[in-house]
Design a protein around this ligand. Structure first.
Ligand code: SF4
Length: 417
């Protein structure tokens, strides 16, 4: 098939920031090659769906996204990548109309495969190191690490993204310089196990230090870091004014027996100790977390321990997942699966605890002047401006003015920098 006009292409990403980054790389390569990016809701010549498989809901959302594209344009070239494509390629191939299912190890070839499919000849080479095209010029996700070997009992990721790898320091720094040149003020370091970043003797704290020296990059944020990877060296690095006062530290459970069954290498009191260390070093830090409701065998007592720990920590945001068995994982074979209704009730209880904690944290900031970029404070509070809103890509100073019962936070612009 040879197109006279360059084809249009739309993208849809499910799941984590690593996936977001990988979709952006595909988009950039194809835009350099002349493809026109369109909205995912529109009729397009091609679609790329970067799937997730972290829960069974993620699997079904991935399938729904694929079906949606085929309704929008039954003749479209539909390319499916990501963790669900890696783990269940045959399930995806049964959906009539899917053009290509790509395994993780082949995802770098996606732009070339799409270009070859459309027979585009008057293009630049998509991987020739050309510059990415900026989009929002505010916050850019930068993947620095991939893969996990922890094998938490509920998690399918170590089977989908096998082994840990880190990008070379210079490669990351080159990308940051380019992003700064394009006007990006904030970068978010992302990885499946970000805390295990390693390039020779450069670990995450040194990587952050290098990033702070890049002119134009004003804010550095970390996507998520496992509790056992929050070391003092990292916290010392985070004192730098360019590093956002926010850590996302997955808890998963606040009960020692549940944590053991999950193969999480810490206890509830270890976790509390980590939080204490973090707060002692970084004043006003926002700490967010993930928690699983209804892990196999979770008794009422175990669940209550999780609720109690969450109340105690006062997280600024809580992501609640209902446990869903992932094929091939250890937890799927454990006895004592919790019925769907009980899981739902537990999840609702956790969500309510999280909502109250979020309001407490935001309320503790009322009257403080914080730096805001694109509606987000450095300590991870989403704000809406009463009155004049600041220019989109600028970091501004704003005073936190109020919080409503749903957790919506109002801010007043104080000054541009
Ligand atoms: S640390 Fe555990 S939860 Fe996180 S990706 Fe690895 S196995 Fe999954």
């Amino acid at each position: 098939m040879v197109f006279m006009k360059m084809p249009t292409i739309a993208y849809h990403t499910l799941g984590c920031k690593v996936n977001q980054y990988e979709t952006e790389k595909i988009r950039e390569a194809l835009e350099r090659a002349g493809f026109e990016t369109t909205a995912f809701s529109s009729r397009s010549d091609a679609y790329v769906i970067n799937t997730c498989s972290v829960t069974s809901i993620a699997d079904s959302k991935s399938r729904a996204a694929i079906r949606r594209t085929l309704k929008l344009n039954p003749d479209a070239y539909v390319v499916v990548a990501g963790c669900y494509a890696q783990l269940e390629p045959d399930q995806i191939r049964t959906i009539e109309g899917v053009g290509l299912v790509v395994a993780h190890e082949e995802k770098d070839n996606i732009p070339e495969r799409i270009i070859a499919h459309f027979g585009c000849t008057d293009t630049h080479h998509p991987t020739s190191g050309g510059r990415p095209r900026p989009r929002m010029r505010t916050r850019a996700v930068v993947k620095v690490q991939d893969g996990c070997d922890q094998f938490c009992a509920y998690c399918v990721i170590p089977y989908a993204r096998v082994g840990k790898t880190s990008r070379p320091l210079n490669d990351v720094l080159d990308e940051l310089r380019l992003l700064a040149e394009f006007g990006y003020k904030e970068i978010v370091f992302a990885g499946i196990r970000l805390g295990s970043y390693e390039d020779g003797d450069i670990r995450l704290p040194q990587l952050i230090e290098h990033a702070t020296r890049i002119d134009g990059i004003e804010r550095i944020r970390l996507s998520s870091i496992e509790p056992w990877e929050v070391g003092n060296e990292l916290l010392d690095t985070m004192i730098h004014p360019k590093v956002c006062r926010h850590l996302h530290i997955p808890l998963q459970s606040g009960d020692d027996d549940t944590l053991r069954r999950m193969n999480r290498p810490y206890t509830a009191s270890d976790y509390l100790g980590i939080i204490e260390r973090v707060r002692a070093r970084i004043d006003g830090i926002g700490i967010t977390t993930d928690v699983i409701a209804g892990f196999p065998g979770e008794t009422d007592g175990e669940f209550n321990n999780t609720c109690a720990l969450i109340e105690l920590v006062d997280f600024s945001r809580l992501h609640v997942f209902r446990y869903s068995p992932r094929p091939g994982t250890r937890a799927a074979a454990l006895p004592g699966h919790i019925d769907a209704h009980a899981k739902k009730l537990r999840a609702q209880t956790l969500i309510e605890i999280g909502r109250r904690a979020m309001i407490r944290f935001a309320s503790s900031q009322i009257g403080n002047t914080l730096e805001v970029l694109a509606g987000l404070t450095d300590n991870y509070i989403e704000v809406a401006f009463a009155g004049d809103a600041p220019p989109k890509g600028e970091i501004v100073r704003a005073r936190i003015d109020g919080v409503d019962e749903k957790g919506a936070v109002q801010a007043v612009l104080i000054s541009n920098f």
